[in-house]
Design a protein around this ligand. Structure first.
Ligand SMILES: Cc1cc2nc3c(=O)[nH]c(=O)nc-3n(C[C@H](O)[C@H](O)[C@H](O)COP(=O)(O)OP(=O)(O)OC[C@H]3O[C@@H](n4cnc5c(N)ncnc54)[C@H](O)[C@@H]3O)c2cc1C
Length: 291
């Protein structure tokens, strides 16, 4: 069924303070809209139940990328194009830059925002595994002030999050401590643009004295939420390359995920691909191979 525009109200107060004031007046009544690339799909399909939309597109407070000595804080309203083109994101956080470059197509990258990807909370979202392995912190803002939340615990279930009804995501902060790491990302989908992942991986690791002294692996599209493979990480941490360990890592990864059959793939295919992606990353980490 088509949506009737007359049923909807869209306001654009123009400042962050005015937006969070509005959210606080009627918590849950107003739905923030940033680039609209998720919400407009729902609207066009007649599946957007919220009728009152408040625009946060181009709010200056949400569009900055602050580079500090210890961390970089990316405004939630930054687009994929901004992420893709930012020198420090490309140099120090390539997993995020890669994810931005293969999200949708160019038009989508000019409009879609990192904050929208986080709050839309699709388990298949491309940038979210990168945020898991970089152990990002989110800055949430409301009229009551700001709070920092580890991204690792932000998703509470399928499409549910810790975001309060009167809160916005203001920024995503990443610590600048990964220059010595191997960064590995891969998206498996039907084509290289305009495709939702069947499975995607973002992984980080560092090897010293031939053993893995830090390793972080996250997968998308294999569970109700973007997933860190904590058990697989534990199995390989402190160890060096060994075929038996690779087999164990594959098995552990397969046991940690909860893939489903859906329109894009099957649980069986996803499970096989997830194990292959984990193995590919570990081989690269241990052999120092280039991507
Ligand atoms: C053609 C097409 C291709 C796509 N391809 C991909 C893809 O390859 N990979 C991928 O991951 N995604 C893809 N998407 C999905 C979408 O582009 C992303 O999820 C995008 O990041 C959403 O950002 P947005 O600003 O457009 O969000 P919006 O649609 O504006 O909002 C999405 C949700 O987030 C909330 N929200 C937005 N910003 C904030 C904030 N700062 N604080 C609190 N809540 C907020 C909104 O209320 C809404 O619930 C695609 C979409 C389309 C239409």
């Amino acid at each position: 069924m088509r949506s009737d525009p007359q049923d909807y109200q869209l306001v654009a107060p123009g400042t962050l303070h005015a937006v969070v004031s509005l959210l606080a007046q009627e918590p849950g009544a107003w739905l923030p809209i940033a680039g609209g690339t998720d919400l407009m799909v729902l609207y066009a399909a007649g599946k957007l139940p919220q009728r009152k939309l408040v625009s946060i597109w181009h709010l200056p407070e949400l569009c900055r990328i602050e580079v500090l000595p210890q961390e970089i804080c990316i405004g939630a309203g930054c687009t994929y194009t901004q992420l893709r083109e930012h020198e420090i994101i490309g140099g120090e956080f390539p997993l995020l830059a890669h994810a931005a470059s293969w999200t949708g197509g160019i038009a989508n990258q000019n409009r879609g925002t990192i904050g929208g990807n986080i709050v839309n909370a699709s388990p298949a979202a491309d940038s979210l595994p990168a945020l898991l392995v970089y152990e990002a912190e989110l800055i949430l803002v409301s009229i009551r002030g700001e709070r920092r939340v580890p991204y690792l615990s932000f998703h509470t279930g399928y499409k549910t999050t810790k975001l309060g009804a009167d809160e916005l995501v203001r920024a995503v902060c990443l610590r600048r401590e990964f220059s010595e790491y191997v960064h590995h990302a891969r998206k498996v989908g039907p084509r290289s643009a305009q495709a939702i992942a069947k499975v995607c991986i973002a992984a980080l690791g560092r090897v010293a004295d031939r053993s893995t002294n830090d390793v972080r692996i996250a997968l998308g599209s294999v569970a109700p939420v973007p997933l860190r493979l904590i058990e697989t990480e534990r199995v390989v941490k402190g160890k060096g390359m060994d075929p038996t360990l690779l087999t164990l890592a594959r098995k552990t990864a397969a046991s940690e995920i909860r893939p489903i059959d859906d329109i894009r793939s099957t649980a069986r295919y996803r499970s096989a691909v997830a194990s292959n992606l984990v193995e590919e990353f570990l081989l690269r980490l241990w052999t120092g191979a280039k991507n």
